[in-house]
Design a binder for this molecule. Structure first.
Ligand SMILES: CC(=O)N[C@H]1[C@@H](OP(=O)(O)OP(=O)(O)OC[C@H]2O[C@@H](n3ccc(=O)[nH]c3=O)[C@H](O)[C@@H]2O)O[C@H](CO)[C@@H](O)[C@@H]1O
Ligand SMILES: C=C(OP(=O)(O)O)C(=O)O
Length: 426
């Protein structure tokens, strides 16, 4: 199992290119299943979840060509097995995104319930309810969602779907299913995360009729057939936010090429309130911090909520920053019930944190000291890397396969801006 060895205390400076978003690339690879034509995505990040998704769709009989420069061509004409087996999906929540497109195009699909995850129970009841409202018959048996259309029907039908909570992949599944359904679908309480309009734009380029994406109410007029398209995956706002926190933590001056400041308003506002300088500039976002966080940043209270609120996927990284900023802070996690797994590990580095239910109370420490720590999930890993970059001495982050699920060559990018970090092969 690979580990990351970090020697803390280096200032970060220079330029780093932000990759395409994991959480856009994954649904967009599934959207390519909706047509027999070739779909060409560009700016697809190199990361484990993308590799898993490509393996999954190849296993269905889909032709995939992946290029080193981030282009991926997908042709699902010969898709013969509309199935997502447990062995291939157990590490990846996004596998549930295969359900909507497969059902819409083939009228049946068998998709494993996604594997267990450290951040919460993550049920898929809303996905099932929404697709049932569109006419699908779905049973859950032996760990699989087995979905089919009733005898005599060849297409899903449009429906009015109001989810009990805002769900990102739920909204994406409904968008894709509704694109090929008969009649109009209205999604109320839809997610507004930037990955949703990015997927909708791709579907529109494939011939879908969609309005209101990026708002809480999306209307989709189903069409009989979708065609191929070319689409560039939107920049990863969470990768960008992670680098912003890393630079604010160590001090430095870094240009994040390709990053979208307009997708990071809530995070940038907190960083500015803390005392870092963050500006949207031509071609990206620039972050400047004159000294390491413990010398001048003020810790910030925040509460995770749906977009455009503070993203849960940035909670762990910003908490790491709070741990070495001045003063006390309160972090409230409202999206996932078990997303504080990084706390114990941050404490091994000297962070002072108390958990009370959904709330973490943090007392800023003037120094962290390097230690061996264990990554427990994707963003927890990133928070440990940020802490390691400022800690005294050596930090060894174990189980970095969690990090590799969702970050594109993170240690190479960090080394490029001056961090002392290397991958240690076990
Ligand atoms: C691949 C992907 O895009 N992953 C993102 C997506 O996950 P994902 O789409 O899985 O997260 P959701 O937005 O669906 O989850 C929001 C909340 O709703 C609950 N829920 C969701 C669906 C459902 O059927 N029933 C139910 O109870 C979840 O347990 C959670 O408490 O959005 C999350 C919230 O921004 C991010 O942390 C993930 O990075
Ligand atoms: C929780 C995350 O991803 P996933 O939904 O793929 O587990 C994440 O990206 O932080």
């Amino acid at each position: 199992m690979d580990k990351l060895l970090i020697r803390g205390g280096r200032r970060l400076s220079g330029e780093v290119r932000i990759s395409g978003a994991k959480n856009a690339a994954l649904p967009e690879l599934c959207a390519a299943l909706l047509t027999e034509d070739t779909v060409e995505l560009s700016n697809v990040p190199h990361l484990q979840d993308v590799a898993t998704m490509l393996k999954l769709i190849r296993n269905m009989g889909v032709a995939v060509e992946q290029h080193e420069d981030g282009r991926v061509a997908v042709n699902a004409r010969a898709l013969s097995k509309p199935e997502a087996p447990y062995e291939l999906v157990k590490t990846m929540r996004a596998s549930v995104l295969a359900l909507g497109p497969l059902l819409a195009r083939f009228g049946h699909a068998t998709v494993s319930l996604p594997g267990g995850c450290a951040i919460g129970s993550r049920p898929v009841d809303q996905h099932i309810k929404g697709l049932q409202a569109m006419g699908a018959q779905i049973v859950v048996e032996h760990g699989y969602m087995v979905a089919r259309l009733p005898e005599g029907r060849t297409r899903l039908r449009g429906a009015h779907i109001t989810t009990d909570m805002v769900t990102v992949t739920g909204t994406e599944n409904f968008l894709m299913a509704a694109a090929l359904a008969e009649g109009e679908t209205v999604l109320e309480n839809a997610a507004q995360e930037p990955e949703i309009p990015d997927l909708a734009e791709m579907l529109i380029a494939m011939g879908a009729r969609i309005h209101g994406h990026g708002t809480r109410r999306i209307v989709i007029e189903g069409v009989e057939r979708l065609h191929g398209c070319k689409h560039a995956v939107v920049a990863d706002r969470i990768e960008a936010g992670t680098f912003l926190c890393a630079v604010a933590a160590t001090g430095g001056d870094v240009l994040l090429q390709g990053a979208r400041a307009d997708h990071l308003d809530a995070v940038i506002e907190k960083l500015r309130d803390a005392g870092a300088r963050v500006q949207a500039v031509e071609g990206g976002v620039r972050v400047q911090a004159d000294a390491p966080a413990y010398e001048f940043l003020r810790a910030q209270n925040f509460r995770t909520t749906e977009y455009p609120g503070f993203p849960t996927d940035m909670q762990a990284q910003f908490m790491a920053l709070n741990c070495i900023s001045q003063g006390a802070s309160k972090v409230t996690e409202t999206i996932f019930e078990n997303r504080f797994m990084h706390v114990n590990e941050l404490m091994r580095l000297g962070a002072r944190i108390q958990i009370d239910g959904k709330v973490a109370l943090i007392e800023g420490a003037p120094r962290l000291s390097g230690a061996t720590v264990m990554a427990t999930d994707l963003r927890a890993s990133a928070s440990l890397v940020i802490a390691g970059l400022v800690a005294d001495g050596e930090t060894l982050v174990d189980r970095v396969y969690h990090l590799d699920r969702g970050y594109d060559r993170m240690e190479t990018k960090l080394r490029g801006i001056g961090a002392d970090i290397e991958r240690v092969k076990a």
